[in-house]
Design a protein. Structure first.
Length: 60
């Protein structure tokens, strides 16, 4: 395998936002879960739980 290095200016740098929009929803959720787990490992004092409970209320 050949190593490739390409130097670009900040204006030519590809957009992370566009990249993640191009990925399937399941892959995006997997990435968020991986980041969440890394955060919890880094901050040992944080409990792995949701901070707020949200409810969807349908109008009657």
């Amino acid at each position: 395998m050949e190593k490739v290095l390409r130097i670009v200016s900040l204006k030519e740098q590809p957009s992370d936002y566009r990249y993640w929009l191009s990925r399937p929803v399941s892959e995006r959720l997997d990435a968020v879960e991986a980041l969440r787990r890394q955060y919890l490992e880094f901050n040992r004092g944080v409990e792995p739980r949701l901070q707020r409970v949200c409810r969807v209320v349908k109008p009657a």
